[in-house]
Design a protein around this ligand. Structure first.
Ligand code: PEP
Ligand code: MG
Length: 818
């Protein structure tokens, strides 16, 4: 038995979960992967280094006991060309278990690579079988990762040495040299077509059937290589190499092939819900042309420095102001001053290029790997980088990005929109309609802050909408050129809404009690202290959901305990005696954090997010709980866990919270859960033994119940929380909670859908947590409802065939309440 020591500290991950078929399909051999939390790659056993890739990201080591291991740090890390990797060994060096092989700058690599997950692969797997792999979980460097049992097969497969029948010599066209992925594909091709060798210009030879032997050749882009062997194998391999093997990555999105026609109505995702009516105004941005050749490095450096100074001043000004733009400007400042971006631009200037050319190339160097990763979670960070590219080029051009002259009350139509473009508008648009865009993007946050309804993901047909066309934008749908009658009716509806809104605002600070005397708590969803102040002013009776993610996104490091405590304290202070429910960090899936270097996932919504991620990274959870235990509140402080699917998750956090509260000598806050998974809803009666309350996360609960990805514009329009399946899950939750005297609230978007409110109340929901701007109207609606009628409507809704029938049941109650 041979014990293989973990070469990195991190999180053990089965090879099947590595999002790259070269590893997941065992094309290079069997093994186990580690998602690193520390940047020291050490020897997994005593042996001799066979190869260190020129990019420093991959090491092969022949252990004295026979196995040959490939340690491949991250995915697509070859494209970093060595940045972030400092090898401490070279081919031929002797090493003992635990000796340092490579130092990895995890921040730098994690920012630019697709993933940091590191496969540890046995390349001569015929001779060994893996046994006792470490279970998924935390591993320290040097702890046993797996055990190898010799199978008795030949330790090193014999390479066929047939007389060469054919030979082709070529310059290696692969942009990143011969690294793991192309090597695995060549080996698979050789296995199908016959025996061949690759021979370098200095005569080193590797069998094309052995990916690891080919890696050891350390061939770089442009190196001469001869393919020699069976005719069929030689031509197949040479032809494959000549294609470039997809290593020259196209960065432009392919144009849609089918002709696009403009329908009367387009549907997308309501990133900011609301109603807007107005003429279309298309935002046209002209790409800023840059000349390639520089005047002199000194002059170009000076020009770039001056442009960045100008942009920095403008961003600092925004960052100083309170509000949603401030955090975003701070994130852009960090990008602007990133030493790697600056160094890349300066290198290009020194090579004789202009400041603009160098800045664009430097940003592109960071954007290209993010685009190539095809990981949707990076799309919004790409927008930020492009925004910064645009700002600096505009400053170099001698002017600020020209603000388009937007007519009054127009609906802004664009393919996509950058934060700076929105902030630069002189006039507030009535609404925003985007062909692409992201629901959690910075533009969406700014639009919400401005109170501008915004729908994203309307698709390429939006490009056919002409300036001046009448549009109605209503909660995720865009009606194009409606008849005059429809326009008039919608305007009348909007006016009536405005009148109702004014009346509701006048009574915003009164309680929400139904006509038959049942008080419903109407609280707010918050993301910052500014939100908390707005919510109190809008009549919110407290906070039903504090999304703490706001503190964790767009930064290089997670906030420490003191910073978190100060932020939570500011929110508690703004709320005064009102209750505060804080949701612990709900990150992962559509909410990425750059500092967290998560492995890309095939199905992020079903992946490592919410409570799962917190239990995988207990350090983050513990810091957050400690910070919360230090907050002093006038009102009740409760803690709420996201994405719970299993009672064990809740018990684990409860045990930790009890210990930390005990250490801190403070009272134990109430611990509740969000009900966002069908599993939690269906086991509510059991969860209620441990959970102090339930809050329905209807956005996620609908996504999981209806099997519709909330971030996918192709299916998200059908996400309807009034679907009877979702209502049955809410019913199950309320009844399960009631067995143990626990209350159930709703903090997802359903709580602010007027047609849903009578049904939710009828099901027994006693708290509605809504965006601050919706508080007054939801309170007004509750005041007009009769609980007896709501219960009747809810009973019928549970057995209704579809959401439309549920709406028909609830509409009369709503209309009578108005
Ligand atoms: C929800 O899922 O309904 C919810 C409130 O959480 P989030 O939207 O932040 O995922
Ligand atoms: Mg959620």
């Amino acid at each position: 038995m041979i014990i293989i020591a973990g070469p990195l500290a991190g999180w053990v991950t089965p090879l099947d979960e590595v999002p790259d078929p070269v590893f997941a399909d065992r094309m290079l051999g069997d093994g186990v992967a580690i998602d690193p939390t520390d940047g020291r790659l050490v020897a997994p056993g005593d042996g001799t280094i066979e190869s260190v890739h020129p990019a420093g990201h991959a090491v092969t080591i022949a252990l004295d006991a026979g196995p040959v291991l490939l340690l491949h740090v991250g995915l697509d890390t070859v494209a970093l060309d060595g940045e972030g990797f400092t090898p401490g060994v070279k081919a031929g060096d002797r090493v003992a278990t635990g000796d340092l092989l490579v130092t990895i700058d995890l921040d730098a690599v994690g920012r630019r690579a697709r993933s940091l997950v590191t496969p540890v692969v046995v390349t001569n797997g015929d001779a060994f079988a893996i046994e006792e792999p470490a279970a998924p979980g935390v591993i320290a460097a040097g702890a046993p990762l797996f055990v190898l049992r010799p199978t008795g097969a030949a330790a090193v497969p014999a390479v066929a040495k047939a007389m060469p029948e054919a030979e082709r010599t070529l310059a290696l066209p692969l942009a990143h040299g011969l690294h793991a992925r192309p090597a695995a594909r060549i080996a698979a091709l050789a296995a199908e077509t016959g025996a061949a060798d690759l021979v370098t210009a200095d005569g080193r030879t590797a069998s094309a059937k052995s990916a690891v032997a080919m890696l050891a050749l350390a061939l770089r882009h442009g190196d001469m290589v001869t393919v020699r062997g069976d005719t069929a194998a030689v031509s197949a391999i040479a032809e494959l190499l000549e294609t470039g093997m997809g290593e020259h990555r196209a960065v432009a999105a392919p144009m849609p092939a089918a002709p696009v026609t403009l329908p009367d109505r387009l549907t997308g995702i309501a990133a900011v819900p609301g109603l807007a009516i107005g003429p279309a105004f298309r935002l046209r941005t002209t790409a800023i042309a840059v000349r390639e050749e520089g005047q002199s490095p000194a002059l170009e450096r000076q020009a770039l420095g001056a442009a960045r100074f100008k942009v920095r001043k403008a961003l600092e000004e925004v960052a100083r102001r309170a509000g949603d733009g401030a955090g975003i400007a701070a994130a852009h400042l960090a990008f602007l001053d990133d030493p790697e971006v600056s160094a890349a631009a300066e290198r290009t200037i020194d090579a004789g290029k202009s400041a603009g050319f160098a800045w664009r190339a430097a940003i592109e160097g960071f954007v290209a790997p993010l685009l190539a990763s095809a990981d949707r979670r990076f799309a919004e960070r790409i927008d930020d980088l492009r925004d910064l590219e645009h700002r600096v080029l505009a400053a170099l051009d001698g002017g600020a990005a020209a603000a388009p002259a937007l007519p009054e009350a127009a609906i802004l139509v664009a393919d996509d929109l950058l934060p700076s473009q929105l902030m630069a508008l002189d006039t507030r648009p009535a609404g925003i309609a985007l062909a692409r865009g992201g629901a959690t993007s910075h533009v969406a946050i700014i639009a919400a802050g401005m109170g501008v309804p915004m729908t994203i993901g309307l698709g390429p047909a939006l490009g056919l909408v002409e300036d001046g066309t009448d549009l109605i934008l209503a909660d995720g749908a865009l009606t194009i050129a409606p008849s005059a009658a429809v326009m008039a009716a919608t305007r009348a509806d909007a006016d009536a809404r405005a009148v109702r809104r004014k009346a509701a605002e006048a009574r915003a600070h009164e309680p929400a009690v139904t006509t038959d005397g049942i008080a419903i708590e109407v609280v707010a969803n918050l993301g910052s202290a500014a939100d908390a102040r707005a919510a109190v002013a809008a009549g919110a009776e407290g906070c039903g959901l504090l999304r703490t993610e706001f503190l964790f996104l767009d930064r290089a490091q997670p906030p420490g305990e003191a910073e978190q405590r100060a932020a939570y304290q500011a929110i508690a202070d703004a709320l005064g005696p009102r209750p505060l429910i804080v949701r612990t960090l709900d990150i992962g899936a559509d909410k990425p954090a750059p500092w967290l270097a998560l492995a890309a996932e095939e199905n992020p919504a079903l992946g490592l997010r919410g409570i799962r991620l917190q239990l995988a990274r207990r350090d983050l959870l513990e810091t957050q709980l400690r910070a919360l235990l230090g907050v002093r509140t006038e009102g009740a402080l409760s803690i709420m866990l996201p994405m719970v699917a299993d009672r064990a998750e809740l018990s684990a956090v409860r045990a930790l919270l009890v210990r930390l509260a005990d250490d801190a000598g403070v009272a134990l806050p109430a611990l509740g859960i969000m009900v966002e998974t069908p599993a939690a809803a269906l086991t509510a009666a059991s969860l209620a033994e441990d959970a102090a309350f339930f809050s329905i996360g209807s956005n996620d609960l609908s996504q999981y119940a209806l099997a519709r990805d909330r971030t996918n514009p192709a299916v998200a329009a059908g996400l309807d929380g009034l679907h009877p399946a979702v209502l049955r899950l809410i019913d199950e939750t309320v009844r399960g909670g009631a067995i143990h005297g626990r209350w159930t609230g709703v903090c997802g978007g359903l709580a602010s859908v007027p047609e849903a409110v009578p049904v939710l109340l009828g099901l027994g929901v006693t708290e509605l947590s809504v965006p601050p701007a919706a508080v007054a109207e939801i309170k007004a609606l509750v005041r007009g409802l009769d609980m007896g009628r709501c219960r009747g409507a809810a009973r019928a809704a549970l057995i209704a065939p579809d959401a439309d029938t549920v709406r028909a049941l609830s509409r009369p109650l709503m209309e009578d309440a108005a």
